[in-house]
Ligand binder design. Sequence first.
Ligand SMILES: Cc1cc2nc3c(=O)[nH]c(=O)nc-3n(C[C@H](O)[C@H](O)[C@H](O)COP(=O)(O)O)c2cc1C
Length: 178
Amino acid sequence: MKIIGLTASPHANGNTVTLVTKILENAASGGAQTKHLDLAKLNISPCKGCNYCKAHEDCVQKDDFTDVISEINSSDGIVLGSPVYFSDISAQEKLFIDRLYSCVDASFKTRIPPGKKIAFIYSQNTPDRKAFDQHFAKYDFIAGMLGLQSVGRFVSVGDVKKSPAEIDGAVALGKKLA
Ligand SMILES: Cc1cc2nc3c(=O)[nH]c(=O)nc-3n(C[C@H](O)[C@H](O)[C@H](O)COP(=O)(O)O)c2cc1C
């Protein structure tokens, strides 16, 4: 079992990375192979909208996205984490998601091998964990388009290092990937 964690926060030691790291640590203690990829640090350019990927098997741009998709293709489970910026995901995560357009062919059939699960982590300050559910729902839809089975989302509130309940909530979701 291989679980990869993808985070899209500029804070290398912030809430999103903390939660995703805890999920990976828990998975590793259960015997899984794990890897964390920080989308905010990787060199991933925006989608050009050139449709090269509809006539070819991959993206025309050869940057760090190539490595990330290779990790996804060899994984069994994915944790995708983002801070909440203006009610939605960070630009770093949106940019990555746009590049996933290269993972569907011209008929919108996914190129990602079947059987993979995905868990979504969101970190926010608003106390109402359901406040932005209508925005988050579209990422469940996109996961479905890509053939990834969502095991759900965990929305954390505030400084997670000061709240074991936030860590527990994220780890409980992560366990559903196994
Ligand atoms: C540009 C920006 C926009 C934000 N917008 C929201 C928001 O709409 N709702 C919210 O609850 N928190 C918002 N926040 C707070 C972050 O979501 C929160 O601090 C989060 O835990 C940061 O995660 P990180 O430590 O992983 O970077 C915003 C923060 C920034 C920097």
